[in-house]
Write a protein that binds this ligand. Sequence first.
Ligand SMILES: *[C@@H]1O[C@H](CO)[C@@H](O)[C@H](O)[C@H]1NC(C)=O
Ligand SMILES: *[C@@H]1O[C@H](CO)[C@@H](O)[C@H](O)[C@H]1NC(C)=O
Ligand SMILES: *[C@@H]1O[C@H](CO)[C@@H](O)[C@H](O)[C@H]1NC(C)=O
Ligand SMILES: *[C@@H]1O[C@H](CO)[C@@H](O)[C@H](O)[C@H]1NC(C)=O
Ligand SMILES: *[C@@H]1O[C@H](CO)[C@@H](O)[C@H](O)[C@H]1NC(C)=O
Ligand SMILES: *[C@@H]1O[C@H](CO)[C@@H](O)[C@H](O)[C@H]1NC(C)=O
Ligand SMILES: *[C@@H]1O[C@H](CO)[C@@H](O)[C@H](O)[C@H]1NC(C)=O
Ligand SMILES: *[C@@H]1O[C@H](CO)[C@@H](O)[C@H](O)[C@H]1NC(C)=O
Ligand SMILES: *[C@@H]1O[C@H](CO)[C@@H](O)[C@H](O)[C@H]1NC(C)=O
Length: 888
Amino acid sequence: PSFPLLASLLLLVPGASAYGFRNCIQSMVDPRSFRCIQRFLSDVASAVDDLPASPTVPAASSRHLPQLRKLGLAYNRLEMIEDGAFENLGALVTLNLSYNRLTNLSEGALHGLSNLTHLFLQHNPLSTMHPSALQPLGHLHTLDLFSSRLASFDEVACRLQSLLRLRVLNLCHSNLSSLSSCCLLPPSLSTLHLCNNSLQAVDSGPQLLRHVRRLDLAYNNISNVTSFAGTQLQKLRYLLLKGNPLDVFDLLNVSRLPPSSLDYSGLRLGREGVSRLCQHLGNGTVRRLLLQSNGIQELEGKPFSACPPVRALDLSWNKLRSLRCADWLLGEEQHGALQSPPPPRLRTLHLNINTIAYLHKHALKGLRALTELRLDNNLLTDLYRPSFADLRSLVTLNLRNNRISVLFPCVFSSLSRLQILDLGGNNIRRLGSQSLCGLHSLTKLYLDGNHIKEISSDEFRPVQATLQVLDLGGNSLEYITKRQHKPPPFRYLHRLYDLKLPGQRPYGMKIIPPQFFRGLSALRELFLAENKLLSISPDAFDDLRQLQYLSLADSSNGMQDLPPGIFKSLVCLQRLNLENVGLHSLTLEVFGNLGNLTSLLLAKNQLQTFNASVARALGALRYLDLRKCPLSCTCENLACQGWLPRAGQPLGYVYSFDTHVCFLDAGLYLFSATAPVLLLLTLLPLLHHRAYWRLKYHFYILRSWANEHWRRQDGESFQYDAFVSYNSADEGWVLEQLGPGLESSQGSFRLCLHHRDFEVGKSIVDNIVDSIYHSRKTICVISRSYLQSEWCSLEIQLASYRLFEELKDVLVMVFLEAIPERELSAYHRMRKVMLRKTYISWPPEPAAQPLFWSKLRKALRGRCAEEDEELHPLDGGDEPLLESVSQL
Ligand SMILES: *[C@@H]1O[C@H](CO)[C@@H](O)[C@H](O)[C@H]1NC(C)=O
Ligand SMILES: *[C@@H]1O[C@H](CO)[C@@H](O)[C@H](O)[C@H]1NC(C)=O
Ligand SMILES: *[C@@H]1O[C@H](CO)[C@@H](O)[C@H](O)[C@H]1NC(C)=O
Ligand SMILES: *[C@@H]1O[C@H](CO)[C@@H](O)[C@H](O)[C@H]1NC(C)=O
Ligand SMILES: *[C@@H]1O[C@H](CO)[C@@H](O)[C@H](O)[C@H]1NC(C)=O
Ligand SMILES: *[C@@H]1O[C@H](CO)[C@@H](O)[C@H](O)[C@H]1NC(C)=O
Ligand SMILES: *[C@@H]1O[C@H](CO)[C@@H](O)[C@H](O)[C@H]1NC(C)=O
Ligand SMILES: *[C@@H]1O[C@H](CO)[C@@H](O)[C@H](O)[C@H]1NC(C)=O
Ligand SMILES: *[C@@H]1O[C@H](CO)[C@@H](O)[C@H](O)[C@H]1NC(C)=O
């Protein structure tokens, strides 16, 4: 299935036709790279057929794609690769097939990929590979099989025989239990990842690993260290053993592994273990000592004093809580009063991901050669100037993700060589004008993810001569007036080329005040996405003559259209991201000056047309993303002549405008979806009006049927002979005449009278329905007041349903007074009943009453009143209705 309008990604090539893709997205930066990810593809062909043969020749004319270099097919549903599926992708360098459902690589699956360098197959349930499946990949450099189901290392090793350029192989997380193999690995293979398997030893035989330089054995179950002794590892430069239950000192004793090649991370050394290790290392040369995840809590007692001088020390992922004095690092002899201290060696110190809350002011003392210090992801709250006093060589300082809330004046003033300062993810609310003083070399400053509410030009003044990158994303900058009330904050930063201000919390920047970016004459990239902009001052970008990239994506908050002339100075702009900014139209006033623009992202806007004059003004445009815009399928919209100014031919190949799409009206879907609902909504009141009581009656019947179902097997055994429906005004007659007349005489009838027999506590309607249903007949005692009463009307209606619908004649109508038809006609249901039914009227004169009683008894006993000859059907004439009965 295709979603035509969702995938209207167009490629416009000067001098050729434009084309678009159904399943793939071309990289904006590298036109030879395509991503066809998460498209529910189940075969390779539907992706490959989609691609253009080259950026200048439309696809479909040929399946030969000699220019394609990068293809991403991750997150699809590929279960198998057809033989020869990639046959024509001879230039392909990178193929990403991760996160699919491949179980099997057949012989011809990768045929033709002779230039393929990187193949990513991670997260596939791959369990078998044809012996020559990988043979075509003579140029393969990297093979990633992370998390496959290749349980046999031997099988994998033998498949790799022809890969003479393979250098990196990842077999982590693949359930390998042994390394024994009758094939050797290609000699070029230098990096082998075998982490998260279930190896118990290095049982590879002596030869297998002799060319390997980097070996990752993390998270296996290796406890037997003697197996290392029998293995040739002379090229090994890096060995990771983290998460194995082995004793590293045994390993060093037993094997001939050079101690400097080991990564000592994750070996549960603790502080004592570190001391012991340092003694073991003696005065050999160890350039870097990697001690991550060793549960080290403190460094009292100088654990490093016996260590050879190292250049890099990694203590991240430990449990350090504070750093006190610097002698934790320096050997004792270096403190001897008489000796001059040896030149400090430590260049790189990683203390990140600990729980350091306190940095003693002498903690870093003497580290004069240090160039990189990582203290990120700790719990630091305060920084003091003396802590950094000796770090004169420091180039990179990472303090990200701590709890720093205040930068004291000149706290970094000794760091005159510092180039990169990362203070992201802290609690900083404001910068002072002296916060950055002394940072004479600073080029990159990261302040993202803090709570800075305001910025002013003075704060950045100390770094004005050098600063090139400034990240202020995810802070709390917000502007509420359109007036300029302060000097533009960046006005001194003439060298800044990258400025990030996206995602100000919680509600975005809202307004970009006039002249806001003044002074940024070198700026090349500006990120303003996710800022819920209500308005941008038309002169905001006036100084950005060097700007090449601008993102305003996801900024719509009622701004709708951009002010005219806003981009007028951006003559160098090449890439413009306006995704989801609520644009309704493209106008020349806004887009007319962007003659150098090559990529324009307009996805998720309200655009219905793509204006041809704007298209003509964007003469350099090569890449246009219009996905999820409600473009209407009119031909003047896209396929129009002149849409490609230099093409001279109409659009040849625009997937998004498959012709049948033009006839496929979304309105039809909407109509089909909403019409039944609307119809129902229209009918409901009508139904309610016309059939309310019927529905209600059926509902009650259903309910009482459910209640009574098991109690009353025999539907014909009634509790009463008759339910008497009457108005309270006629109660006298019912109690004095009808009641005694029927209940006490011979063959007496059992009557249901509401004042007497209704169940207390039940709703009236329930009582009525039950009574009607539990009585063989219903006697309606009709008078004018009866007709006017709502309850009586309900009762006669309910009873009449049994007449009309169940075809059970239960109604016996007794008129107490003569009612002319014109009066009756207002009660049309009554009239309808009377047309079907006979009735009896009460004669006031006592002589006629015996006849009345006998008719009534007969009617009550009878199964069908129509059989009763003495009762006359109503003829509906003009004469008073009750005439005929009265005459009886
Ligand atoms: C493979 O790459 C080489 C060098 O980049 C190139 O000369 C050759 O044409 C490519 N092969 C194919 C089939 O594209
Ligand atoms: C392969 O694609 C997946 C999914 O897009 C991505 O996460 C992964 O980084 C890609 N691998 C490479 C090496 O590009
Ligand atoms: C692998 O696929 C090939 C062809 O696609 C098939 O012949 C072979 O039986 C499959 N092997 C396994 C083990 O499924
Ligand atoms: C791992 O391999 C063993 C046999 O070596 C097998 O019993 C087990 O099911 C496999 N586990 C997985 C997750 O494939
Ligand atoms: C490897 O195993 C460890 C321990 O079981 C686990 O923490 C880690 O996430 C696993 N790594 C991968 C990549 O699965
Ligand atoms: C690790 O190996 C030992 C034997 O050396 C075995 O008893 C244990 O079950 C293994 N553990 C795992 C998780 O496989
Ligand atoms: C360790 O492995 C070696 C051979 O690699 C073997 O001879 C020895 O018995 C094993 N030791 C243990 C305790 O399993
Ligand atoms: C240090 O190395 C020298 C030779 O370089 C050696 O003579 C000396 O014994 C070593 N010291 C220790 C403590 O290993
Ligand atoms: C494109 O950019 C160049 C500078 O890179 C500039 O000289 C030229 O005027 C620009 N073209 C347009 C049409 O703005």
